[in-house]
Structures are given as C-alpha cells and as structure tokens.
Design a protein around this ligand. Structure first.
Ligand SMILES: *[C@@H]1O[C@H](CO)[C@@H](O)[C@H](O)[C@H]1NC(C)=O
Ligand SMILES: *[C@@H]1O[C@H](CO)[C@@H](O)[C@H](O)[C@H]1NC(C)=O
Ligand SMILES: *[C@@H]1O[C@H](CO)[C@@H](O)[C@H](O)[C@H]1NC(C)=O
Ligand SMILES: *[C@@H]1O[C@H](CO)[C@@H](O)[C@H](O)[C@H]1NC(C)=O
Ligand SMILES: *[C@@H]1O[C@H](CO)[C@@H](O)[C@H](O)[C@H]1NC(C)=O
Ligand SMILES: *[C@@H]1O[C@H](CO)[C@@H](O)[C@H](O)[C@H]1NC(C)=O
Ligand SMILES: *[C@@H]1O[C@H](CO)[C@@H](O)[C@H](O)[C@H]1NC(C)=O
Ligand SMILES: *[C@@H]1O[C@H](CO)[C@@H](O)[C@H](O)[C@H]1NC(C)=O
Length: 451
C-alpha cells in the first residue's frame, strides 16, 4: 500500500510539470520548449511500430509535418540541444523522395505547390543552420532546395493571370484552377533565400518577378498596413480575389522581403516593402501585442491546418528581426508578449503543459489542443533566442551544404507524371476515372489504416 501511494505521488509529480517561463533566461526558454516538444512528439508517428518516419498521426497532413520539423530544427540550433538531431535527420531524409525533391511517392498524387514549398523552407533552414549534412552519397540539403526551386519554377504558368503558380500541381486535384499566395509566397521566399545563400543573382531576379506578380494581381497590396490576400481562381483571370488574410501568407511574404533586403545589402525598396508588410501583420494578427489568427480564431472556427499558421508566422518574424535589423524594435515586444502569453496557455491537459490556441486569456488553457497549438507555442518561444545566435549562414559565412543548380531539372516526377497521364479538356472521362482511382486509393488506404 505504501509503495503504491508513493508511486502514485511520484507519477503525479513527474507527469504534471507546468511551464514557468522567464522570457529573459535561455535555460528557462529551453526548458519550456523542451516540454512543448514532448507534446509535439505525442503526435509523431515515426517512433511507432509500422508508423511512417517523418509523419505525424492523422489528421495531420504531410505539409504540416514539414512545417513542424522547421520549428524543431530552429530549436535544435537556438537551444544548442542535439537530442532530436537524429530524429529530425531521419525525418527529412525519409520524406525527400526518390528524386530528392520533396515529392515522395506516396504524396505525389495529392501534393500541392504549397506543400512542397513549405518543406523546402524547412530544408532551407537546415542549409542556413548548418544542420547535419546528408550522408551516403545523398545530395546536400542545398541541392534538394534547388531541386524544389527548379521544379516549382518550371510550373510557372503565364497562360492565366499573367503568370503565377497554381495551388495544385496536378490537373485532377481540386484547387488546380486556383492561384494562391502561399504557393507563390513559398517560391518567392525560396528564391530569395537561395539567392542570398549562393550569391547567384538569377534567384534574386526570379524572387523579384514572383513578388511583382503578387503585386500585379493584387494578392499583395502595398501600403502602410499592407494586405496579403489568399488567392483567386483563373476563370476570371484572378480578379475575383478571396480576401481572407492568414498569418502564414503574411509571414512567408514578410520573410521573403527580409531576405531580399538582406541579399541586396539593404536596398531602400525592399526596406519599404518589409516595413509595409510588417505594418499589416502588426495590425491584423495582434491584439494587445498578443498574436492571434484573426480570420478564424475569434469565431472559434480554425481548422486543423489554420491552427498551425502562427508557428511559421512566428518563425518569419524572427528571421525578419535578424535579417532586417530596422524591424527589431517593432518585433521584439510582440514576440515577448506573445511568448509569455503562450506560456500561460500551455497549462492544460493531463501533463499540465498542453498548449491551447487562444493565448489572450489570462486564465490559462482554453481547452483546445493539437499539433498546431504545440508547434505555434514552440515557434513563438524560439524567437526569444533569435538574437543570441548567429543569423542564417550563407555559402561564404560558414555554410557547408552542397548544392546543384541543375537538381530537379531532368528527372522531374512532375513531368513524368504529366506525360504519362496527359489529361486534356478532350478527355474528361479519363480525368474522372483517374480521380476515382486516386480517391479509391485514398479511401482504401484510410480503411487500411483504421484496421
Ligand atoms: C535537451 O532536450 C531534451 C529533450 O527535450 C531535454 O530532455 C534535455 O534536458 C535538454 N538538455 C539540456 C541541456 O537542456
Ligand atoms: C511514404 O513514403 C516515405 C518514403 O518516401 C516512407 O518513409 C513513408 O513510410 C511512407 N508513408 C506512408 C504513410 O506510407
Ligand atoms: C489577366 O491578368 C494579368 C495580370 O493582372 C494581366 O496582365 C492581363 O492583361 C489580364 N488579361 C486579360 C485578358 O484581362
Ligand atoms: C552586396 O555586398 C557584397 C559584398 O560587399 C557584394 O559582393 C554584392 O555584390 C552586393 N550585392 C548587391 C546586390 O549589392
Ligand atoms: C543581414 O543579416 C545579418 C544577420 O545575418 C545582419 O547582421 C546584417 O546587418 C544584415 N544586413 C543588412 C544590410 O541589414
Ligand atoms: C558547418 O558544418 C561543417 C561540417 O560539419 C563544419 O566543418 C563547419 O565548421 C560548420 N560551420 C559552422 C559555421 O559552424
Ligand atoms: C545560377 O542559378 C541559375 C538558376 O538555377 C542557374 O541556371 C545557373 O547555372 C546558376 N549559376 C551558377 C554560376 O551556378
Ligand atoms: C541529369 O542529367 C545529367 C546528364 O544527362 C546526369 O548526369 C544527372 O545525373 C541527371 N540528374 C539526375 C538527378 O538524374
């Protein structure tokens, strides 16, 4: 009896560990993010028997895994803690696919440009943070990012809306007729980062042209508090814009501008753009300096994907404060207030440190939980450390990743598939049969996974 009682006391003490964040102490921040990452790994499938390495459990899609690993690589770097290094390495290698371009065979049929793009931004962090280089003859992280760049840019579509990437890669996926900011924002930022890292101006020119297109179609509207809208369908030549504003769109475009500012040695044009996009971000996604997903959070309607947007938005605020130092004074108070508020929110669940979605309630956890909530709290807290370590590396400041400017150009899964299943408007029947097969595979796969 006594042993039993002791045991349960011990369990209670070890399992309910609250977060006590001192925003000015690195140890405290890293202890807090360590607990939060344990919560992230509760959803990780790669450690389970039969689970997929580099994937999280349902309902978390492939793209979200790519996003979350980006925040964990940042934490590996900022806290200088190698505990998850091998796990992250295995995850990034498991999902890169046979052509080392983040089109793994079992995602190819459903993958969108935004999915591939978000993974590429994470891989770019591996490049800029000098993360363990691929072994056994595999191409470097830089070559993988270049492969994604080359493939995405090869999909640039001038036939509709004067340019831009479509959301989807494949004709049979719904959303193929939609051009969106996140897909183009990822290409813009990826090009800016490749240009800054390699010193190859071609990437910067592409970044500039993608940004100009976003302006031309009014997905991005520059002014003191700039708007960054979601996208539009091609039927009306991208004029009927879906005017939702999401923090991940704002964040990815903001980060791209900051990289351009830095890569151009501080051009006044990119300074103004960075200021304007940041001005919009400050006014749309903060209330009393506390970050929130304004389009869905107030109404309690954020879906699984939308609950993780604050994570990548936070990461981009941090990069911006470092790469465009004139923004630091504006960004630091937002990060401090939001991270402290997130810590108060991370007080739920049976472990005592499950994070919620709403950080503004002073009473603590709001009862919501999930991978997105954990990842967002991790990434806002990461930013408290952003100025304590060197900024993103380049090839000439100590980066060691091997590149290949031609990666992805000849063995493109995209092209192979496009040729194999050439769906024209004249063969609609073919398209619907393929859709049925794809759906069948997904449904059968789902049923299989339940059993
Ligand atoms: C490194 O991270 C692990 C896992 O989060 C944690 O258990 C450990 O205490 C951390 N080490 C240090 C020195 O903070
Ligand atoms: C998907 O493919 C990757 C390799 O490309 C593999 O590691 C993973 O286990 C697969 N996932 C599923 C759900 O089958
Ligand atoms: C379609 O939109 C693009 C980009 O705004 C514009 O350049 C082009 O002139 C438009 N085409 C037509 C037919 O309206
Ligand atoms: C930025 O400065 C570096 C080093 O002085 C120089 O090599 C590079 O050409 C400059 N880039 C631009 C776009 O001005
Ligand atoms: C570019 O970023 C570095 C940090 O990586 C920073 O020290 C430097 O001042 C930035 N350049 C400009 C022009 O602001
Ligand atoms: C990057 O990693 C390489 C290989 O591990 C190492 O030789 C180099 O010193 C590292 N660079 C920096 C800036 O840490
Ligand atoms: C610069 O990048 C472009 C675009 O990928 C590529 O075609 C070119 O070969 C690169 N130049 C060098 C010197 O690597
Ligand atoms: C692309 O083609 C070149 C020359 O034909 C070849 O050397 C290279 O291995 C190919 N790249 C890939 C990724 O297969």
């Amino acid at each position: 009896m006594k042993i039993g009682l002791l045991n349960s006391l011990f369990l209670a003490v070890t399992s309910v560990l609250a977060i006590d964040l001192d925003t000015s102490s690195k140890d405290s921040i890293c202890d807090a993010t360590s607990l939060i990452q344990q919560g992230i790994l509760d959803y990780y499938a790669g450690d389970d028997y039969g689970g997929a390495v580099g994937m999280f459990v349902s309902p978390y899609y492939w793209w979200e895994a790519g996003l979350v690993f980006g925040g964990m690589i940042e934490n590996w770097y900022l806290c200088e803690n190698t505990t998850y290094e091998d796990m992250l390495y295995e995850a990034l290698m498991a999902q890169t696919g046979p052509d080392y371009d983040y089109m793994p065979s079992n995602q190819t049929m459903v993958e969108g440009n935004d999915d591939q793009g978000v993974w590429a931004l994470t891989v770019m962090s591996a490049v800029e943070r000098n993360f363990t280089n691929p072994k056994d003859g595999a191409p470097g992280w830089l070559a993988m990012a270049q492969a994604v760049f080359n493939e995405m840019y090869s999909r640039w579509d001038t036939a509709n809306c004067g340019g831009g990437l479509r959301w989807q890669i494949f004709t049979w996926n719904s959303g193929y007729n939609y051009k969106n900011t996140i897909s183009n924002g990822c290409l813009f930022q990826l090009a800016a980062r490749l240009g800054r890292y390699t010193g190859n101006d071609t990437y910067l020119e592409v970044a500039e042209s993608v940004f100009n297109w976003l302006l031309e179609v009014d997905f991005v509207v520059l002014k003191d508090e700039a708007n960054v809208y979601d996208g539009a369908t091609i039927e009306d030549n991208c004029t009927d814009i879906v005017k939702y504003e999401w923090s991940y769109n704002h964040g990815v475009v903001l980060g791209g501008c900051a990289y351009m500012y830095n890569a151009t040695n501080g051009s006044s044009e990119w300074q103004t753009r960075t200021e304007q996009i940041l001005g919009g971000a400050e006014s749309f996604f903060f209330d009393n300096s506390i970050m929130y997903e304004s389009t869905c959070q107030g109404s309690g309607k954020c879906n699984t994907d939308q609950r993780v947007f604050k994570a990548i938005f936070s990461r981009m605020l941090g990069y911006t404060a470092v790469l465009a130092p004139f923004t630091e004074d504006s960004i630091t108070p937002l990060v401090d207030a939001s991270a402290a508020a997130a810590a108060v929110s991370c007080s739920g669940g049976s472990d005592g440190h499950t994070c919620g979605l709403d950080w503004s309630t002073t009473s603590g956890w709001d009862g919501l939980y999930g991978l997105g909530e954990q990842a967002s709290a991790l990434e806002i807290m990461n930013q408290l450390l952003i100025h304590q370590r060197p900024g993103p590396l380049t090839g000439s400041t100590g980066g060691s990743s091997e590149g290949d400017a031609n990666a992805g150009l000849n063995v493109s899964t995209t092209n192979v598939l496009q040729k194999k299943i050439n769906i024209t408007t004249g063969s609609r029947a073919g398209a619907s049969i393929i859709t049925a097969i794809v759906l069948g595979v997904i449904i059968l796969g789902g049923v299989w996974m339940i059993y």
